[in-house]
Design a protein around this ligand. Structure first.
Ligand SMILES: NC(=O)c1ccc[n+]([C@@H]2O[C@H](COP(=O)([O-])OP(=O)(O)OC[C@H]3O[C@@H](n4cnc5c(N)ncnc54)[C@H](OP(=O)(O)O)[C@@H]3O)[C@@H](O)[C@H]2O)c1
Length: 239
């Protein structure tokens, strides 16, 4: 799973650990991953492997999946969680920032899915009642456009489309894909907007974790391609 060092990703990793999953975790700083891995083992994960990788380094991503393959041999779930925010009006959006956001928020997901599909299919073949799952953290901004978040929203919209297509191509063989698209969640990423939306009014990390846990419980015959999580009290179309 990507982006395990903080925020939503760390919450998902903790829950997977308590359920007894063996997990491969990544983010950019090795020291963070050592600490998270220790925590996950203490929560019940039988085996945790980690490798620090910048998701913008496209060529390094198949190696992450290879590390998982060497350790586990198959993959029950690929959680594509890490992402970066990019704010600013379309008129002044810098193309280098566009490229970086596309690379981290979108291209890395495709590269990881391509590398992981054989492992996900192996897991699906091992138990015909269960699906293996690709779960990607999109955003409500990928469903409803938000002024000032064009590039971020575009990557998150594309991620939804990617999950829908994976689902069309693979779910008949037991690999189902879902995009989870929340409004503001209380993490480091949303800290910049707490003067207008107080942290206590944001979606809790635990609620996103609960949605991911629910997806992992579903049987093979159920696919959910997109889950939109609206912040209570907000407009249905706003983050
Ligand atoms: N928070 C929200 O309001 C919100 C709402 C909707 C959707 N989301 C989405 O949910 C996901 C998780 O968000 P969050 O709020 O938990 O964010 P966060 O607290 O900022 O954590 C982001 C995670 O992604 C990792 N990451 C960032 N850039 C990376 C890179 N270039 N290479 C590898 N790892 C990288 C970070 O690790 P390091 O920095 O340690 O490398 C960290 O583990 C994101 O995709 C985000 O777009 C968030």
């Amino acid at each position: 799973m990507t982006g395990a060092s903080r925020g939503i990703g760390r919450g998902i990793a903790r829950s997977l650990a308590t359920q007894g999953y063996g997990i491969t975790i990544t983010s950019r700083a090795d020291a963070d991953l050592v600490e998270v891995a220790e925590e996950l083992r203490s929560l019940g994960a039988p085996l945790v492997v980690h490798r620090a990788t910048d998701l913008a380094a496209r060529d390094e991503l198949p190696g992450l999946v290879a590390l998982h393959a060497e350790t586990f041999g198959s993959m029950d779930a690929l959680v594509i969680n890490a992402g970066i925010g990019t704010a600013g009006p379309v008129a002044s959006t810098r193309l280098d920032r566009f490229d970086k956001t596309v690379e981290v928020n979108l291209a890395s997901g495709l590269v990881l899915v391509q590398a992981a599909l054989p492992l996900l299919r192996t897991a699906a073949d091992a138990d015909p009642s269960r699906a293996s799952r690709v779960i990607a953290l999109s955003s409500i901004t990928g469903v409803y456009a938000e002024a000032g978040l064009a590039v971020y929203g575009a990557t998150k919209a594309a991620l939804i489309s990617l999950m829908e297509t994976i689902n069309l191509e693979e779910s008949g063989h037991g690999v189902c894909a879902t995009a989870v698209a929340p409004g503001y969640v209380e993490t480091d990423m949303s800290a910049w907007t707490t003067d207008t939306i107080p942290a206590e009014k944001m979606i809790r990390v635990d609620d996103v974790v609960a949605v991911v846990d629910m997806l992992l419980e579903l049987g093979r015959n159920t696919s959910i391609t997109k889950i939109v999580m609206t912040r209570s009290g907000a407009s249905s179309y706003g983050a």
